[in-house]
Write a protein of this length. Structure first.
Length: 247
């Protein structure tokens, strides 16, 4: 299992403790609100909202929460002062990490991120120190129990413009250029193929294998960032065995 595997991360989040799951729900709601405020409530013409709604579905966010977030985005200017930027750094074992930040207090966010890195065996880096190791990609996850024919699925997605598809544990993971997201999504929908996850994310070129204490420190650091109010998304190039990842 690797840190950039969407399915691995989804499984961990579904099994996360109540505190972390509550934070995830809040962050996705905030992303929906900001997306609506920036581009309107129709996901057809608002890619950011479309992706946020897909993330909400993958994380089993209740429909009532989603509707409240959309209405909030259509309402007053509450939250309009949020800044968005990226921090870069290193986790245990030299793992490269990118953090999407959405905050109304840059100083608080910087202090919190620096503290969490230090507490869990990592360190905050300079801008550009690890971002070159990642590329933005569209990533779709299809559970094998929902669609078993690997060859047929590969033909469908490659014809739609996907770059690659690989079997990983109990899922197929499809990658494409961000600009081909809609085409691949439409091709899957046309065939009635349901996705467990569909998003545009940061995928690392190489990974770092972790085990033992470093693996546990890495998982603890990911959880700590998930609990942080200011950290919206976490990307990392770690690779951990299945039993450690679920620990």
């Amino acid at each position: 299992m690797s840190g950039h595997s969407k399915w691995a991360n989804i499984k961990r989040k579904k099994g996360a403790n109540d505190a972390i799951r509550g934070k995830i729900t809040t962050k996705i709601g905030r992303e929906i609100t900001i997306a609506v405020r920036m581009g309107g409530p129709d996901p057809v013409g608002n890619m950011r909202l479309k992706l946020a709604l897909s993330k909400a579905k993958a994380n089993n966010i209740p429909k009532d929460n989603i509707q409240r977030a959309i209405k909030k985005g259509q309402g007053a200017a509450d939250g309009a002062n949020y800044e968005e930027f990226t921090y870069e750094g290193y986790g245990p074992g030299g793992v490269a990490m990118l953090l999407d930040i959405m905050t109304d207090n840059r100083n608080r966010a910087a202090a919190d991120v620096r503290h969490l890195f230090s507490k869990h065996g990592g360190n905050l880096g300079e801008t550009g120190c690890v971002s070159w190791m990642f590329k933005q990609k569209a990533v779709f996850v299809v559970e094998k129990e929902k669609f078993e024919d690997e060859d047929a699925l590969m033909d469908i997605v490659l014809e739609a413009g996907a770059e690659d598809m690989k079997a990983e544990d109990d899922v197929f993971e499809i990658t494409a250029e961000p600009g081909d997201f809609n085409a691949v999504e439409a091709a899957l929908a046309e065939k009635g193929i349901e996705t467990a996850s569909a998003e545009i994310t940061m995928v690392p070129d190489t990974t770092v294998h972790l085990e033992g204490k470093d693996a546990q420190k890495m998982l603890d650091l990911i959880d700590a960032f998930e609990e942080s109010d200011d950290v919206q998304n976490v990307y990392a190039n770690y690779e951990i065995d299945e039993d450690s990842l679920e620990g």
